[in-house]
Each structure stands twice: as C-alpha cells, then as structure tokens.
Design a protein around this ligand. Sequence first.
Ligand SMILES: *Cc1c(COP(=O)(O)O)cnc(C)c1O
Length: 423
Amino acid sequence: MTTAIKENIAADDMDRANFYDVDAIRDDFPSMSLEVNGHPLVFLDSGASAQKPVQVLQRMDRAYREEYANVHRGAYKLSELATENYENARATVAQFMNAGSPDEIVFTRNATAAINLVAATYGREFLGEGDEIILSQMEHHANIVPWQMLRDEKGIVIKVAPIDDDGNLLIDAFAELFGPKTKLVAITHTSNVLGTVTPIKEIAALAHANGALVLFDGAQGIVHAGIDVQDVDADFYVFTGHKLYGPTGIGVLYGKQELLKKMPPYQGGGDMIELVTIEKTTYREPPARFEAGTPPIIEAVGLAAAIDYVTAIGQDAIAAHEGGLLAYATQRLSEIDGLTVFGRARQKCGIVSFTIDGVHPHDIGTIIDSRGVAIRAGHHCAQPLMERFGIAATARASFGMYNKKEDVDKLVDSLLYAKEIFS
Ligand SMILES: *Cc1c(COP(=O)(O)O)cnc(C)c1O
C-alpha cells in the first residue's frame, strides 16, 4: 500500500471519497458522459455489472481487427498470435490472484458457470449420500442452486451458516456446523446485497482444520477487496469478468492444481481431448480439460486489459476511494426519514442496500431513473437473504472506481424526490 493511501485511510473515512483524480478515471469510461432521461447518468449499479474503460474496448477492438483467429489449432501466424494472447491472459489472471501457476486458471462463461463446473465435476465425483456442505445465509443464487441440484442428484446435505442483523457472518455458529461428514464450504467473499466482506482466511483455516475444502464466490470480492489465493489458501475461487470492468462472457475458476487434476471433465467436445476414437476418448490435463469448444478468446484479452487497468490504478487506491464513498453515502442516507440500511458489517465494501417506508424498491428505482440515477431494485439473486431480513426486496446502490461524492448527493436528492411523490 502506498503512503498516500495509508494517510488517506488514517484520515476521516469520508474525506477519502474523491481523494484520487476521479475525473481522470471517468474520462476513461465513455458511459460516464451518457445522458439518461435528459440527465447526466449517475451509475450506481456496478455491483450488477461495471462499466468498461476505453483501454478494454480498444484492446478488444484491436484483437478483433488485427489478431483474430481461433486458438490452439492453426499452424499459421494469426492463430499463434491469438493463442499467445489467450494464454497470456491466463497468466495475467494467475498473477492478479497470485495463483501458483496459470494452469490453475480455467476460463468459463461467468462466475455461475465456474461454480456449476465445480459442483458437476468435483461434486459429482467426490461427494455422496450424506456428505455435507456449508453455505451461508447471504449467498447469491449462483452459489446455492448448483448445490441444490447436486443435493437432489446425490443426496448431499446443505447446511447454512447464519449472519447477525448487521450482516456479519456468525463465525462461532459457522464453526459448529462442521462434522465428520463436512466435505466442502462454499461461501461468498463479499455479499452482493449487504456488502459484507467475509473473513476468508479464517473460513479457509476452519474448513481445512475440519478436513473440508473451501470455495469462495469472489464475484464481488475480487473487485472490491482483491485476492491472494495462496495467502488465503483457497481451494477454489471464482469470479466474473464483467464486474471487474472487463467484458461479459468470461469468468474464472481458480482451482489448486492437485484438485483440478483429480476432477473429471465437465463438458465434452473439441480442445479438451487428447485422443478420440469412436470407442473412447482420453482427456487433456487441466485447464484445457475444462475448456471444451472455442473459448472466449477476445473476452480473455479484454479481461486481461481490465486487470491491467485496475492494477495500474491500484486496488488499494480503488478500495480506499470506494470506502470513502460508502462512508459518505451511509451518512447522507441516514438523513432520510424512514430509510433503513441493510448491512452494517464490520468489514464492508461499497454496496448499500436500503428500503424506504411506504415506497416499493422497484418504484424507487423507476422514479430515480427519471432523474438519471441508475440503481438496482429487487431480491438481487439472494432470496434466502431477503427472507432472513423478512423483506421481499431492497434498493441497492453500488459503487465503482468512477463514482464520486456528487453521485451520492444526486442519489440522495432523487430519493427525497421519490419520497415526496409517495407522501
Ligand atoms: C454477480 C454475482 C454472481 C454471478 O455472476 P455471473 O457473472 O452472473 O455469473 C455470483 N455471486 C455474486 C456474489 C455476485 O455478485
């Protein structure tokens, strides 16, 4: 962490917002100058998908124009170049997560596909009747439904670690869920609804002490907190490109090499085989084994460009900036009568969920959109979490590196306007 950032963290949280040159960053994002409904766009839905900097767009454009062919096949220059780009992207991802080797990085379609891959391969092969897995109460449906499908197929048992009213994982209650049949913990690194950052190192240590593996859903976590998979000792870690300022259509499964090697193939097809006869097929080593068919070639290039961009600005700087916005937003929102914030965890990133008495979250979303303010309203693919709080939906503002204090002010103004309409 640079000294500049350290000083900023030591300073009052709120002063951290806009501490870097946020306008210079905004200039890199074409969508930041859009107008929506006659108002400048205030984009507060990066938790659903982040906007893209020109560095990503231009890199992908160039790859399509000048470096395009299928990978791993042609014995010609363009195909070699495309292959090199694709494999370099894998190395960039590996370095970004501090994986031991690029061979531990499997490219998928998104985070959802990465979790399904683990459930369908590791899960089907190594989990059986009565084996237990532990999830938490704040999982995204992507980290619930694949395990339920496995439960219905194999008879595994799903246990759920509770959270407190502030959205902190109850670590003692979590620890009590382990038993001799616990095989896997699958938990989010960061809640997409509450913003809670979970103690992943402690979770991994507890899992390992109990002879279980651990999978982290890092779709939000890698964006807001970063990840060092070796330091955390994660067995699996998944994330999705589009929330990290990269393109849609690409996700990542990190898996420890010895685990990936033990896992059977997922989908069958081209590129994942060693030798095929009509009688039988032998499979390539990971990660190729898990990448059947033409992979997301240009998306990988775009993801690598996004990672380079994020790295150049600095994840610590981005986290500090967003932390400042969060503190400022939390304070400004508390000025609104009848507004309740859900999620006040000790470790929290730039996501704020809230409700306003007498106004449905969807109506909040629609009304403030008329003022150019884009937020999310709904259950955020986390219905069990909604149930935990006894609500059907929340409104959610989530910050990206390009947001600024003025965005929070516009959010608050537009919320007051929405309240007025409903009063
Ligand atoms: C967005 C999200 C996912 C799913 O990401 P996809 O890109 O839709 O696969 C999973 N978990 C969390 C916590 C998320 O925020």
